[in-house]
Design a protein around this ligand. Structure first.
Ligand code: HEC
Length: 135
């Protein structure tokens, strides 16, 4: 009788540790899944052809082309050179959108770009998506 109690005690302990093991396993999988989601968000979606075409159109309607040309440096750098310097990525879209809105100098030389606070950030982002699609 004592033996049976002892055995069932061991059995219970085994069951419990198995349960605890299963719990840790589940936690691990959840963490792994979270990591994958994070990576996807950082990468972002590729700009559509429509966004890029709209960016080109917006640039032709703003003052950009009085200082920039696609393939020749004027006052500002050629857009193909900007595309060579910055690979197309969400981080670079954000960085250059901020730069066009605030203006400033230092990336290409001492001459400053004028600020563009009146253009909506979503429109500037499309302009940048167009510029960084040029190679
Ligand atoms: C008054 C002239 C001028 C106008 C107008 C202008 N730019 Fe610029 N742009 C510059 C100059 C100068 C630079 C280089 C700035 C530097 O060295 O940091 C530049 C740099 C840039 C860069 C690269 C920024 C960097 O940090 O590498 C982008 C992208 C850009 N311009 C886009 C635009 C867009 C889009 C417009 C229109 C909304 C525009 N620019 C209008 C003069 C201008």
């Amino acid at each position: 009788m004592k033996k049976a109690v002892l055995l069932s005690g061991i059995f219970m302990a085994m069951l419990l540790s198995n349960y605890a093991f299963a719990q840790t396993q589940t936690k691990k999988t959840t963490t792994a899944r979270k990591k994958v989601t994070k990576t996807t968000t950082v990468t972002g979606k590729k700009p559509s052809a429509a966004d890029i075409a709209q960016g080109k159109e917006l640039i032709s309607k703003a003052d950009c082309l009085s200082c920039h040309k696609v393939d020749v440096k004027v006052v500002g750098p050629a857009y193909v050179d900007v595309a060579k310097k910055y690979p197309a990525s969400e981080a670079n879209y954000a960085l250059l959108t901020k730069k066009v809105i605030n203006g400033g100098s230092g990336s290409w030389g001492p001459v400053a770009m004028s600020p563009h606070p009146a253009i909506p950030p979503a429109d500037v982002k499309k302009m940048i998506e167009y510029i960084l699609s040029l190679k």
